[in-house]
Design a protein around this ligand. Sequence first.
Ligand code: FMN
Length: 297
Amino acid sequence: MLDASGLVYNHNKTLGMLESNKEDNPVAAQILGDDPSETLEACHIVLQRAKPVFIDLNFACPVRKVIKKKAGAYLLRYPKKAGKIVKKLASSLPLPVTVKIRSAYYDKDPKAGLLLAKTAQENGASAVFIHGRTAQQGYSGRVNYEAIKSIKKALKIPVIGSGDILGPQLAQEMLDNTGCDGVIVARGAFGNPWIFEQTEAYLKDSIPPSPLSYETIISVAKKHLKLYRDWKNSLSQKPPAEKYYVGHLRKIAMWYSKGLPYSKRAREAISKAATYDDIVKIMDRLSQDYDIAWLKR
Ligand SMILES: Cc1cc2nc3c(=O)[nH]c(=O)nc-3n(C[C@H](O)[C@H](O)[C@H](O)COP(=O)(O)O)c2cc1C
């Protein structure tokens, strides 16, 4: 999610987010804007520096900072204004423009998402991505399949459902319950990069995911930790002090160790770890604890 003003005013942090791995292809860029002209200018900057296959407009983000700027999910309350942004981009850019919305802004006004989705289609959007929760809900409660279903029914353009796709069966459930054309995996990928191939296998050939070995999980977790550290160190000539990103390393280790048997002690240690080396040592010990517990059985 790239802030349009951040791009237009050359903010390093926002421009840095345009970087992606060449192996990650195709990629799309998502823009957060509240003004048609500025958002278009931001898109031109993106197209000069990256090669997205489509541009997505964020009308879904409920974070307070974003709502204060009258962008993101705020525009669910002002569909005409959102429509103007879609029109400006869809009529000016040489690639498809899509929108990401939530089912509504307020719980008491459940049709706001439907109205915005229709407005987006009328103004040239090529697809709608919808998180089936209201902005007011945040992440609480279950995803609302009915809201996604009603939007799918009302539109001609593809509708892609989002919310609680935490595994292959839930992807199937989303497709069956809403009739949507595709799904977005979000939190389900935390510590679970296997979810994509597992979901593809399940949707295509009904192959249920086979359990992963402890060894595989820990070794991929360590690879993820290393890639993150190496990437952080590659951003500038002088590597940043670990204290500035160790919080994210702890998060990565917590994702992978979640739900693993015999991980209680290790997870407590991860939550207090101060360095990359400490976290890797804890991940190794996690394997040993498991092996010992297994041998003792
Ligand atoms: C850490 C995090 C970052 C996210 N960033 C974005 C974003 O940049 N743009 C966006 O449209 N949605 C973003 N989302 C929302 C997801 O796309 C998705 O709609 C939402 O998490 C619901 O799906 P889930 O229940 O499967 O996680 C983000 C979600 C999480 C948890």
